[in-house]
Design a protein around this ligand. Structure first.
Ligand code: PLP
Length: 378
């Protein structure tokens, strides 16, 4: 049996996505910048995809800029804020993805001030501290905080952070890579300047993502070359990937309610089964909180000695079960998760992240639990 519980790392392509991508690859090979009919066909596909994506976020299609991935979106947004918008201070947290943390570290070497907002023991952002950081001086600032944490699933209060930004004239970027396609977001209701998304996290293809860049916020190119993407991001567009991303997003949002209920049930089944095997298990962050946490992610600290975690991972892999280690550095040998290290871990137990999709079944959870039960006896 093969069981995939690593959907926060990447997701399976939906059949319908593969179909539209194949169709685009077969019949729309013209360069979208060419003025002949071949080019126009590709251009039309790109623009209808942009429109479709914009509709789901309730934004203007011109505010969607296609990129190659979430990492590119994060890099280009933060670097553009520094290069073109005179930002001198970045406010972020220590539990962001490395596609933010490493950019921020680099920008520090360019004399950009970086402030890290406090987080509580469960990895929640201290909003009062954030409010005070937004006022620390009169330099131009950007707050960059992820919407859904990729390791512990904590959800940011976007509306509140947006409010703080507006009250203090601070730009707001959210890395929404783990949220887009899984949570409804209306950017007319919540004012955000920049947002990053990645198709492979919502059953779309790898190698494509998009940035939402609020109208009139940015007008200078972050990749120089041709005039693609309103002159902001040069390079011939990956037509098939863009079409696949748009299809994947539409299917995800059209099925959201149904899939949300199903996956949430899977997750609570997982929690109750796991607790019956390891009654002392605890959940990192807000993982087992059904309101303050993503329904897709659970991060568990298992009451086993850290010396046994490699054996457990080996055993899971042998049984065809995929999950993510995401464990704090226990031995000092391997680098552990920076997220787990930065929250107040209530134990020294090793942690594992399981992340679900609508392709998972209750039977798969039973199979995982049987594997854990037999391991527990070792
Ligand atoms: N941001 C978050 C929160 C992520 O989870 C990931 C991927 O794991 C990224 C950014 C990077 O996205 P991509 O793989 O599309 O570069």
């Amino acid at each position: 049996m093969k069981v995939y519980f690593d959907n926060a790392a990447t997701t399976k392509l939906r059949e319908e996505v593969i179909e539209v991508m194949m169709e685009a690859m077969n019949s729309s090979y013209g360069n979208p910048s060419s003025s002949h009919s071949f080019g126009r066909t590709s251009r039309a596909l790109i623009e209808s995809s942009r429109k479709e994506i914009a509709k789901h976020l309730n934004v203007n299609p011109q505010e969607i800029v296609f990129t190659s991935c979430g990492t590119e979106s994060n890099n280009s947004i933060l670097r553009s804020a520094i290069d073109f918008l005179d930002v001198k201070t970045i406010i972020t947290s220590k539990i962001e993805h490395y596609a933010i943390l490493n950019v921020v570290d680099f920008l520090k070497t360019k004399k950009i001030r970086v402030e890290y907002v406090n987080i509580d023991d469960d990895g929640n952002i201290d909003l009062e501290h954030l409010r005070s950081l937004a006022k620390i001086d009169d330099s131009k600032k950007i707050i960059s905080l992820m919407y859904v944490n990729n390791e512990i699933g904590n959800i940011l209060d976007l509306a509140e952070v947006s409010q703080i930004c507006q009250e203090n004239s601070v730009l707001f970027h959210t890395d929404a890579v783990q949220a887009i396609g899984h949570f409804k977001i209306d950017l007319k209701q919540i004012k955000i300047d920049f947002l990053s998304a990645s198709a492979h996290k919502f059953h779309g293809p790898k190698g494509v993502g998009f940035s939402y860049i609020r109208k009139n916020v940015l007008s200078e190119a972050f990749i120089l070359g041709g005039q693609q993407e309103r002159g902001l991001r040069a390079g011939t567009e990956a037509v098939h990937n863009i079409v696949g991303m748009s299809k994947a997003l539409s299917i995800s949002y059209n099925n959201l309610e149904k899939e949300f209920i199903y996956i949430k049930e899977l997750k609570s089944y997982f929690v109750s089964k796991l607790k019956s095997i390891f009654p002392n298990t605890f959940f990192n962050g807000n993982s087992d909180n059904s309101i303050k946490n993503s329904y897709l992610i659970i991060n568990v600290a298992l009451p086993i000695s850290s010396s046994k975690i490699d054996l457990l991972n080996f055993q899971l892999d042998l049984k065809g079960i995929a999950c993510s280690k995401g464990s704090a550095c226990q031995s000092g040998a391997a680098l552990g998760s920076h997220v787990i290290k930065n929250i107040e871990s209530k134990s020294n137990w090793p942690s594992l992240r399981f992340s679900f999709s609508s392709y998972n079944t209750f039977k798969e959870i039973d199979y995982l639990m049987e594997t854990l039960r037999s391991f527990e006896k070792i």
